[in-house]
Write a protein that binds this ligand. Structure first.
Ligand code: DX5
Ligand code: ZN
Length: 228
C-alpha cells in the first residue's frame, strides 16, 4: 500500500516545511498536482516550485500529476526538477504514446490518469507500458471535492485486467480519498492512495497516514484468505 499526500492541500506559504512534514509522517510518495488553467479550470504550480521543494523531502518519491494540455513542453523541466514519476492523462488521445516514450527516455516512471467521465476501455492499449494507472475519483481541478462512487467499477475492471494479463502497474485513486473511501477503493483493488485534504489538514499527519494505511490494508482483497 502506498500513501501519497497531495501537496495541493498543503499550506502554500510554507511548501518546503509541508513536504518535510509529509516525509516525517511516514508517507511513501508526495503527489504534486500540476494544473495549467487549460486542461483543468485552475492553476497550481510549476517545475521551479517542485525543484524548490525537492530538498525538503529527499526520501519521498515525487509523483508528478500533469493536468495539462501540452505536457510535452513540461516533461524535461519536471524531470530535472526531481520528479520520479510523471503522470499524463489518457484524454490526450493520440499524444499518449509519444508522451509515454518521452517520459521513459528521461528515465522516469510513467503514470496514466483517467477522468471520471472517460470509459476505462480507453486505457486498455497502454496497460503493458505503464507503471501506474491513476483512476480519478473526482473531476480534476480542485482539492476538497466529494468522492464519486460511480468510479468504483473502473477500479474493479483495472484490477481484473491486471490479474488476468499479469501486468504490473500500480492502481491508484485520486480525489475525495479519506479513510472510508480508501477502504472502498482497496476492496475494489486499489493499492495506491492519493489524498490532499484528509492528510494535510489534520494537525497530526503521522496519525492520519497510519489510519489510512490501516483502513486500506484491512480491506485488501488479496489478504482476505489469510484473515480469520
Ligand atoms: C484533483 C487532484 C487531487 C487533489 C485531491 O484535481 O488531482 O490530487 O489534490 O485532493 P483531495 O484529496 O482533497 O480530494
Ligand atoms: Zn492528482
Amino acid at each position: 500500500m502506498i500513501i501519497a499526500p497531495s501537496l495541493l492541500a498543503a499550506d502554500f506559504t510554507r511548501l518546503g516545511q509541508e513536504a518535510g512534514r509529509a516525509e516525517r509522517a511516514g508517507a511513501d510518495w508526495l503527489h504534486l498536482d500540476i494544473m495549467d488553467g487549460q486542461f483543468v479550470p485552475n492553476i497550481s504550480f510549476g517545475p521551479d516550485v517542485v525543484k524548490a521543494v525537492r530538498p525538503h523531502a529527499k526520501q519521498l518519491f515525487f509523483d508528478v500529476h500533469l493536468m495539462c494540455g501540452k505536457p510535452e513542453i513540461l516533461l524535461e523541466p519536471f524531470a530535472q526538477a526531481g520528479a520520479d514519476q510523471i503522470i499524463i492523462h489518457v484524454e490526450l488521445h493520440q499524444q499518449v504514446t509519444p508522451l509515454i516514450w518521452k517520459i521513459k527516455s528521461l528515465g522516469k516512471k510513467v503514470g496514466l490518469a483517467i477522468n471520471p467521465p472517460t470509459s476505462i476501455a480507453e486505457v486498455q492499449p497502454y496497460l503493458d507500458q505503464i507503471d501506474l494507472l491513476l483512476v480519478m475519483t473526482v473531476n480534476p481541478g480542485f482539492g476538497g471535492q466529494s468522492f464519486i462512487h460511480e468510479c468504483l467499477p473502473k477500479i474493479q475492471q483495472a484490477a481484473a485486467w491486471r490479474r488476468d494479463r499479469q501486468v504490473g502497474y500500480r492502481l491508484a485513486v485520486d480525489g475525495g480519498i479519506n479513510d472510508e473511501t480508501a477502504a472502498e477503493c482497496a476492496r475494489a483493488g486499489a493499492d495506491t492512495f492519493v489524498a490532499g485534504t484528509a492528510l494535510f489538514r489534520p494537525r497530526n499527519m503521522g496519525a492520519a497516514v497510519r489510519r489510512m494505511r490501516q483502513a486500506a490494508h484491512d480491506h485488501d482483497p488479496s489478504l482476505a484468505d489469510l484473515k480469520v
